[in-house]
Design a binder for this molecule. Structure first.
Ligand code: PLZ
Length: 448
């Protein structure tokens, strides 16, 4: 190791391959995984993690990989951020669990107070904590239904909201998320999303009018409990709706007594350069679901929203054994402290300018890059057959597998599997980011 290589939590911040990937230890563990873990649980890379910090994941063979995935947008503050680790450790020493519904503890309340402060809008807010994003989405629907006395839930094309029965119904993509898993929950209706690349020039307002027409004609405005939308779609392909789309949908909800739910599970918590992605369009949701980035890697999720909506549920109607677990809640307080102390919204915008500049250079050489989109440290490219909108999933897959072989942890996404997404931890250095894009440029050049 060169003496200048900086380290984070003892991990040198450099890409270093000491074996082919996977190395022998990872291969051995992968064989055990195949024998012991259900086949339905896939892995993106065949390497097993041993340590991770900053922008690096070290595998069990000592390979140092550059992390452009953050464990699917979770480790926004890094995978071993100091205050997350310290607060979680202190809580482990104090106690692991009492169940908030039995004997409460302060970290849960403090997370709810922080959520009230950080989420958009100056109205009175309340929160309830859960374990996973899907559970938060389910509870947002439960709350909206009780509040409105209505059943219908409106979601959008390309949406991803989870893998539980209700959230599978809300998720758009059939394979792999829904295939064979029905019957699905009823009263879920899908409206067309604003998808600028594929909308033939529709403005945000026009795309919203198209969606509202579907809702009014096929569902009925007075039947709808809630509209649930990702302000930037995650798994569906990092689709950023055209300007004006979100405000128009939110305004329609207000006029029709419909609860507007922003699913900020992937886009929230500093990821896009603001605390929440809706802020880029000054939209104030009635309810917000959060998870992923909230707790630096520990399982925690929340529904936060207008106090009168949150409080419409009868006592005992919301909960769960582990929801707001004290270790996860302590970790969330650590993650939020890191975000504030290191001004991670600003860092996300710096990362955006680096990534977008590198991608614009790549686009000049590679006409397969039909679109560069996203905000902050949530940026993607959509790959098509040059000059057309025909998705090129094979190219996305080929770039991804070569980049992974070269030690870059990258993820794809999109309804058509042709979107390459960049979700680095905000603790990554500029040097590592540039190196990752050097590798990507080489890989794309080789494949061209
Ligand atoms: N809402 C917007 O992005 C989770 C899914 C990974 P859970 N996205 C990653 C996979 O293949 O399972 C997600 C999301 C949005 C809800 C969820 C669900 O969050 O914590 O995975 O349940």
């Amino acid at each position: 190791m060169s003496t200048e290589t900086p380290t984070v939590n003892g991990v040198p911040q450099e890409r270093r391959l000491v074996t082919d990937l996977p190395g022998p230890r990872s291969a051995e563990l992968m064989a055990r995984k195949l024998a012991a873990v259900a086949g339905g649980v896939g892995t993106t890379m065949p390497v097993f993690a041993a340590k991770a910090a900053g922008g690096i994941i070290v595998d069990v063979d000592g390979n140092h990989l550059i992390d452009l995935g953050s464990g699917i947008a979770v480790t926004t503050v890094g995978s071993s951020a100091t205050q997350v680790v310290e607060r979680a450790k202190a809580q482990l020493d104090a106690f692991t669990h009492t169940c908030f519904m039995v004997t409460p503890y302060d970290a849960y309340v403090e997370v709810c107070e922080a959520l009230a402060e950080l989420t958009p809008g100056d109205h009175d807010k309340k929160s309830a904590l859960f374990n996973s994003g899907a559970e938060a989405v389910e509870n947002a629907v439960k709350i909206a239904r009780v509040h409105t006395g209505r059943d219908a839930v409106v979601v959008f094309d390309h949406a991803y909201h989870g893998r539980t029965n209700l959230t599978m119904a809300m998720t758009a993509k059939q394979m792999p998320y829904k295939h064979g898993f029905g019957p699905f929950a009823g009263e879920v209706y899908r409206a067309p999303m604003s998808y600028p690349l594929r909308d033939g020039g529709l403005s945000g307002e026009e795309a919203a009018a198209r969606a509202i027409d579907v809702i009014e004609k096929q569902v009925g405005g007075d039947q709808v409990a809630c509209v649930v939308i990702e302000p930037i779609q995650g798994e569906g392909g990092f689709i950023v709706p055209a300007d004006g789309f979100l405000p128009a949908i939110a305004e329609w909800c207000t006029k029709n007594g419909v609860v507007f739910v922003a699913d900020e599970i992937q886009a929230g918590f500093c990821r896009t350069g603001s605390w929440f992605a809706v802020e880029h369009e000054s939209v104030v949701p009635d309810l917000i679901t959060t998870a992923k980035g909230i707790a630096g890697g520990l399982p925690l999720a929340a529904v936060t929203g207008r106090a009168e909506i949150m409080d419409s549920v009868h006592g005992g109607g919301l909960g769960g054994t582990y929801g707001g677990n004290p270790v996860a809640a302590a970790a969330a307080l650590g993650a939020i402290a890191e975000m504030k102390e290191h001004d991670l919204n600003k860092r996300a915008l710096q990362i955006e300018s680096i990534i977008v500049a590198r991608l614009l250079q790549l686009q000049e050489m590679h006409p397969a890059i039909a679109d560069i989109r996203g905000r902050g440290a949530m940026i993607a490219i959509e790959l098509t057959k040059p000059g057309t909108l025909e998705p090129d999933a094979a190219l996305a897959g080929a770039i991804a597998s070569r980049a992974r072989e070269a030690g870059i942890v990258v993820l794809t996404c999109g309804t058509y599997g042709n979107v390459f997404r960049f979700l680095p931890p905000l603790s990554i250095s500029d040097e590592l980011l540039h190196e990752a894009f050097d590798v990507l440029a080489t890989v794309m050049g080789d494949l061209a």
